[in-house]
Design a binder for this molecule. Structure first.
Ligand SMILES: NC(=O)c1ccc[n+]([C@@H]2O[C@H](COP(=O)([O-])OP(=O)(O)OC[C@H]3O[C@@H](n4cnc5c(N)ncnc54)[C@H](OP(=O)(O)O)[C@@H]3O)[C@@H](O)[C@H]2O)c1
Length: 321
């Protein structure tokens, strides 16, 4: 098969494109003929930061396509079925081997590319807002890193749930676009102090929930944006600045709660399968959407990763084998 792969971690130029042996559908797995690959924020961080344990390493978490073969013991999925899928690695290729619990049927009415870009973005955002964040109608949520895939999903889902949404991004132009997706207010994180500006926007009260997709140095400012008993969900590190730190005194006086989450550890559950089925129905009818900023051939994976890192894409980047 053709694949984009790397032997060492580093910048986009570590990515090569060429022939690798085909994976197979082992017990409890299916082999998917990939039609659309979603370039996820985590794919970029993984390529940059994580030395591959077994090079050549085919990166990538998310793709969609058609089942080519099924391993032994697989009875609930069939050859020819259209699916979206996740695995911890391997989506940047023509063939993607995936354990059955990470396979999600795509309804006939849903474009396969839309399914590819929707699975992780909307699933993660849904869990951050509702499963871990316990967002209620009438509450206010701050989405840090709102113009990326998970952020745009969070803005739409929170708005639809009756919450007021404050969205951060790196320019006024991007904030304007976010408002058309349901953000009530925007903060340019390059120009403004997020904690101070959030207090101004909420009449000094602060927000009920923060969904943090950027991590890093702004963490304290995000905690300062919370109201008494507010919740922060630590989802991502898109800033590339590392984890961010806080102390007892940052959370105790206001009785704040900080949760982490890793969506990949919930994906196999019946709860998430039901949630994704609802998301795919909503995407098929256009109630929610994920803008595709640019589409690249898989052969140009290095250029796609460079655009993800440097080009400030709005929404997702697609790779097509
Ligand atoms: N925990 C989980 O289960 C889980 C699941 C999925 C994703 N993630 C993680 O969540 C993060 C977001 O994922 P994604 O796929 O949405 O990534 P993405 O599409 O690459 O978007 C990342 C966004 O972060 C923003 N950003 C970058 N630096 C920032 C900073 N210093 N301050 C504020 N915002 C900043 C960017 O906004 P501008 O372009 O406007 O600068 C960009 O829109 C990634 O780190 C990913 O690994 C975690």
């Amino acid at each position: 098969m053709k694949a984009a792969y790397y032997d060492i971690n580093g910048g986009p130029d570590v990515l090569d494109y060429g022939d690798l042996p085909d994976p197979t559908a082992t017990d409890g797995h299916v082999l998917v003929r990939v039609q659309a690959i979603s370039l996820e924020g985590g794919d970029v961080l993984g390529r940059r930061n994580n030395p591959p344990r077994h090079p050549p390493h085919v990166g990538g978490y998310a793709a969609a396509g058609v089942i080519e073969s099924v391993g032994s013991g697989v009875t609930n999925l069939a050859v020819g079925q259209r699916v979206a899928c996740f695995n911890w690695q391997g989506s940047h290729a023509e063939l993607f081997a995936v354990p059955v619990p990470f396979v999600f049927p795509v309804p006939d009415a849903l474009d396969i590319k839309v399914a590819a870009v929707g699975l992780i973005a909307f699933g993660t955002a849904h869990d951050a807002l509702f499963e871990f964040g316990r967002l209620e109608p009438g509450e206010t949520v701050l989405v840090q890193g709102a113009a990326g895939g998970v952020g745009l999903a969070a803005v739409q889902l929170a708005n639809r749930a009756g919450a007021t949404v404050i969205a951060t991004a790196s320019s006024a132009q991007r904030i304007g676009r976010l408002q058309s997706f349901g953000a009530t207010h925007g903060i340019d994180y390059r120009q403004e102090n997020i904690g101070v500006r959030t207090r101004e926007l909420t009449d000094g009260v602060g927000v009920d929930l923060v969904v943090d997709l950027a991590g890093g140095n702004a963490l304290r400012s995000l905690l300062q944006a919370l109201r008494y008993r507010g919740r922060l969900i630590a989802v991502g590190g898109a800033s590339g600045e590392g984890g961010g730190t806080f102390e007892f005194s940052d959370i105790a006086p206001e009785s704040l709660a900080v949760f982490g989450m890793l969506f990949g550890k919930e994906l196999h559950t019946a709860r998430v399968h039901e949630m994704i089925a609802g998301i795919f129905d909503d995407m098929a009818t256009g109630r929610i959407s994920m803008p595709v900023d640019r589409t690249f051939p898989l052969a140009e994976a290095a250029a796609a990763h460079r655009h993800a890192e440097e080009g400030h894409p709005f929404g997702r980047i697609l790779l097509v084998p």
